[in-house]
Design a protein around this ligand. Structure first.
Ligand code: NAD
Ligand code: UDP
Length: 338
């Protein structure tokens, strides 16, 4: 089958290109490269030996989306495109609401007009908010988000559910990602954050590489076993393979379905740091620091539904995630701009 990946040149999108091509599907990418590089797609071609058809364009612009749909026969779309920096979303909320919501509405209108009524959406564990206790289950009440980025994910879920109710021919799969980290094992593609990384694993990698002086561990007095926050880290290639299953499911079923994509296991910041040092044989400059505002003590999935219905389960370990993240960093000290 042939799938449209909006934001397909980004971190998760590029790995999903590899997983889909390796599973025998074709991919078409629509990306404006606002947070990525076309080089990622050339690397995907190197890894897979297959062609990636790419269009430069903005998902908020109907003419850009229609150009793709007029040229390509598409079976379903994955909507990765969007802004994703939590802290930035607090400072420029309108940019986040504009890009993350308009892109979904425009994409759905164009897909519908071309008779492509199947979409897999990149949602996030952040929609579980502060009111639920992990392990998070798909049927928990969502909302209570703590920042505009989180609200865009919540609102997109509502919009897509409402669309499906209005037109039962639609198939909507909402994927709530936990904490994707790592890189393809080749080291050719990986996470390439612009500026100072917000997320733990890229910050660890840049500290190990000497790009950053010091890793600050935000808070050691949380109500967790070692006092640092617990997250459900999953290898980005496991996450990518989850999209293959989700797309195949979307093609077979109508309705709205939501799946957590996580391992179901939580690791603390100290555990991640220790694993990274052990697996890669190095010592990080690190120090305990005050809590970061807005952090929840714990977040991890109940990963049972994706296993039961999609037949998907994360296979790679925390050690794999740490090894592959460092491999990518070492091979590409300046990301795709090296
Ligand atoms: P990313 O920034 O690497 O990829 C997003 C891609 O979308 C980029 O290539 C960017 O250039 C593109 N893009 C942004 N706005 C666009 C627009 N209007 N038109 C066309 N292209 C546009 O991010 P990622 O980590 O790969 O995340 C992919 C999706 O998954 C995002 O929606 C993100 O919010 C969601 N998500 C990510 C994480 C995570 O930790 N990385 C966790 C949960 C959910
Ligand atoms: N974290 C940290 N130092 C950093 C970046 C993150 O201690 O430089 C902590 C952060 O406080 C959180 C965990 O690592 O407890 C995961 O953070 P990340 O931003 O990667 O994911 P999120 O909090 O959005 O789930």
């Amino acid at each position: 089958m042939r799938f449209l990946l909006t934001g397909g040149a980004g971190f998760i999108g590029s790995h999903t290109c590899v997983a889909l091509l390796s599973a025998g599907h074709d991919v078409v990418v629509l990306d404006n490269y606002s947070n990525s590089s076309p080089e990622a797609l050339r690397r995907v071609e190197r890894i897979t030996g297959k062609k990636v058809k790419a269009y430069e364009g903005d998902c908020c612009k109907a003419q850009d989306v229609n150009r793709v749909l007029e040229n390509e026969k598409i079976d379903a779309a994955v909507h990765f495109a969007g802004f994703k920096a939590v802290g930035e979303s607090v400072h420029i909320p309108l940019n986040y609401y504009e890009n993350n919501i308009n892109s979904t509405i425009t994409l759905c209108r164009c897909l519908s007009a071309h008779g492509v009524k199947r979409i897999v959406f990149s949602s996030s564990a952040t929609v579980y908010g502060a009111d639920n206790q992990p392990p998070y289950k798909e049927d928990m009440r969502v909302g209570g988000c703590t920042n505009p980025y989180g609200w865009t994910k919540y609102m997109n879920e509502v919009i897509l559910r409402d669309l499906q109710v209005s037109d039962p021919e639609w198939s909507v799969v909402l994927l709530r990602y936990f904490n994707p980290v790592g890189a393809h094992e080749s080291g050719l593609i990986g996470e390439d954050p612009s500026g100072i990384p917000n997320n733990l694993m890229p910050f660890i990698c840049q500290t190990a590489a000497g790009v950053r002086d010091m890793l600050h561990i935000f808070g050691n007095d949380y109500p967790t076993p070692d006092g640092t926050c617990v997250r459900d880290y999953l290898h980005v290639m496991d996450l990518a393979e989850g999209h293959v299953k989700a797309l195949e499911y979307a093609v077979e079923h109508q309705g709205t379905e939501v799946f957590n994509l996580g391992t179901g296991e939580g690791y603390s910041v100290y555990q991640v740091v220790n694993a990274f040092e052990r697996v890669n044989g190095l010592t990080l400059n690190k120090e305990d620091a005050p809590r970061r505002e807005g952090d929840l003590p714990e977040s991890f999935a109940d990963a049972g539904k994706a296993e039961k219905i999609l037949g998907w389960k994360a296979r790679r370990s925390l050690e794999d995630m740490c090894r592959d993240a460092w491999h990518w960093q070492k091979m590409n000290p300046r990301g795709y701009h090296g």
